[in-house]
Ligand binder design. Structure first.
Ligand code: ATP
Ligand code: MG
Length: 472
């Protein structure tokens, strides 16, 4: 047997990731699992083919340094004669194959790759990207010549602007290590219909999978153990329900508590007493989803979100493009059919932007022609956000001033994924799927509550005099 010089050998989960046949695969979870390493090495798979082209993305050029260091470490040793061309951030191989490294700080940066084609496209830290940035590259994923394999790979940790869509696309859409089938249909030039399947898969990453790191730096696990709880769960255990930067950290969706309605915001639907008032919130959207929420208010002013209508075409953050008449008809249909809404007087509050007039009058006026009358909502963003915080807070009995019927699936999916904006660290980043949150803000601003009393912290067992960290 000739002697083999092993430069890099995949560990168990890396091997599974590298052997998956699906078009899209996401290796995600804990920090230090060995995710970036495998992405950089996977790019080498086809460098013997002269026309092969691969590209690896990180969010910014600065962050790209980490991938380039890995390429430096492995590429020349793996393929003697491989050369790095710094001006183009590109590795060229003796066969003629090329691997590019790129940042995509702003969505417009994707245009740089218009007209290019790549056999292998990889995103490191996918949760830092918007879905539009990721999906644009689908159009660049085609063979650069005969015989190449064409596929997309990505890695990432929980948290970040893309947390919501990455979680939805790869984590909640199916089970780990089980292909998620996406049926694609289209019509050809002759008008013949076609259907095919595109598959994707989620490969979970755990720190314990990276034996090489734990052997070299056994103390790294301790670093992660010392993080605050949210970050620790995300980065040590790869927990997708927990991440830093989350806005509504008080949100609880605990099925064990649905029926007793305590310490959970999500509950089983129930019949609303006829005298409770009903409100409805509306956020305008056409190419992005529109969002409606119906709320019942009890005698104490507690609100229940009892129904949602979300205008999405099923693609990530894409709207159904309905005109006002169609939207109004759907709203009125729901209100006629839902036993909790039928025959009720409904107070409607909308995105104030729909009151702006253009040549056809305002959108609000178009709704009036369809027998739906809105009043403009208060769009004070921070005050609205605080109202939601106040209402989500549990009192000492475990009750909260806002609870949501479990049938409001899109609200339940999108609210906990919202993250803070980098521009305004107090506010929600508006580039996310925040439409159901927006309609909720308009409604809550119409029925404001005062901040709940600050609960006295419990006495810690190791601090029986309750002196706190600084003494009395
Ligand atoms: N198969 C392997 N053989 C040897 N070392 C490896 C292997 N896989 C990963 N490592 C090493 O483990 C360390 C962590 O790996 P890597 O940077 O890929 O982790 P990561 O999952 O991307 O981490 P993060 O979540 O922080 O981005 C690196 O030093 C890397 O070189
Ligand atoms: Mg990494």
């Amino acid at each position: 047997m000739p002697e083999v010089n092993v430069i890099w050998k995949p560990q168990k989960m890396q091997r599974i990731f590298m052997s998956r046949p699906e078009w899209e695969a996401f290796y995600g979870g804990a920090a230090g699992g060995g995710k970036s390493d495998v992405l950089v090495v996977e790019a080498l798979r086809q460098v013997h083919i002269p026309w092969y082209k691969g590209i690896l993305f990180r969010k910014t050029y600065r962050q790209l340094g980490e991938l380039l260091d890995k390429a430096d470490r492995y590429y020349q040793k793996a393929v003697p004669g491989a050369r790095y061309h710094a001006q183009q951030n590109m590795w060229a191989f003796p066969s003629g194959a090329k691997i590019y490294f790129a940042g995509m700080q702003y969505t417009r940066d994707r245009e740089k790759w218009q007209g290019w084609q790549f056999d292998y496209i990889a995103f490191d830290e996918l949760t830092h990207f918007l879905f539009d940035e990721y999906s644009y590259l689908f159009s660049r994923n085609r063979p650069s010549g005969p015989g190449t394999r064409v596929y997309i790979r990505a890695t990432g940790n929980p948290g970040g602007i893309g947390h919501g869509w990455v979680k939805q696309r790869f984590i909640t859409a199916g089970l780990p290590l089980t292909p998620i089938r996406h049926i694609v249909s289209w019509t050809d030039e002759e008008g013949r219909p076609h259907r095919d399947v595109r598959s994707r898969i989620f490969v979970p990453a755990k720190l314990s999978d990276n034996k090489a790191l734990l052997k070299n730096a056994p103390e790294y696990r301790m670093n992660l153990c010392m993080l605050p709880e949210k970050e620790r769960k995300a980065l040590l255990d790869g927990d997708w329900d927990s991440f830093s930067g989350q806005v509504f950290t008080e949100w609880r969706n605990d099925p064990d508590h649905y029926t007793d309605r305590l310490y959970t915001h999500v509950i089983e639907p129930f019949h609303i007493p006829p005298h409770w008032r009903i409100l409805m919130g509306y956020d305008w959207g056409y190419s992005r989803p529109f969002a409606c929420g119906w709320y019942a208010v009890d005698e104490r002013g507690k609100m229940y979100m009892i129904r949602e209508l979300y205008g999405t075409n099923g693609e990530q953050d894409a709207g159904v493009q309905w005109d006002v008449a169609r939207t109004a008809a759907e709203i009125l249909r729901i209100e006629a059919e839902d036993g909790n809404l039928r025959g009720k007087k409904i107070e409607r509050i909308a995105d104030p932007a729909i009151f702006q007039r253009n040549s056809e009058g305002s959108i609000a006026q178009q709704f009036e022609r369809c027998h739906i009358w809105f009043i403009p909502g208060d769009n004070a963003r921070l005050a609205g956000k605080m109202q939601l915080h106040y209402r989500l807070k549990f009192d000492e009995e475990g009750d909260a001033m806002l609870q949501v019927f479990k049938t409001c699936r899109n609200f339940i999916r999108t609210l906990p994924s919202l993250v803070y904006s980098a521009m305004d660290p107090e506010d929600v980043d508006t580039r996310q799927e925040d439409h159901l949150y927006d309609q909720c803000r308009y409604v809550l601003m119409k029925r404001r509550v005062t901040p709940p009393p600050v609960q006295k912290p419990r006495i810690r067992l190791d601090d029986p005099l309750n002196l706190g960290p600084y003494g009395r």
